[in-house]
Design a protein. Structure first.
Length: 134
């Protein structure tokens, strides 16, 4: 009986702590704020092209803002950015196609895909970014 009471108490405490701070439960394992750069390998119409990506991210709780582009001199604003756990999703309107990013933070890399549709063509890019050291 004592064991059952202890288990119920522990579960109750855990539930109250999650209800008291739901933003903490959704917070990423690591703050994504900073400058990130790396590869952006584009596939469109069966053709593959190596390119680069550069992002300046600002995370506030689960909100993600900032800019993204091929390099530091060519950037577009990040829209609808959010972080849930170790996953980041956002959109970038790069003077034409709307790129939708789905990235995961693992081992110091932000990896995932960017997808867009433009003039009847589907673009997909494999993204692999690392935080730039200041």
């Amino acid at each position: 009986m004592k064991k059952l009471v202890s288990v119920v108490s522990l579960v109750t405490l855990l539930a109250f702590s999650l209800m008291a701070s739901p933003k903490t439960a959704l917070k990423s394992l690591e703050d994504l704020t900073g400058k990130w750069s790396g590869s952006f390998i584009i596939t469109m119409d069966g053709e593959t092209k190596d390119d680069a990506a550069y992002m300046v991210l600002k995370q506030t709780g689960t909100e993600l803002t900032g800019t993204a582009g091929p390099d530091a001199s060519q950037q577009w604003p990040i829209e609808k950015g959010k972080v849930e756990g170790n996953k980041a999703t956002f959109e970038v309107n790069a003077d034409g196609p709307l790129l939708k990013f789905e990235l995961t933070l693992a081992d110091g890399h932000l990896k995932g895909d960017a997808k867009a549709e433009h003039d009847g063509h589907t673009l997909k890019a494999a993204v692999d970014l690392q935080r730039k050291k200041e």
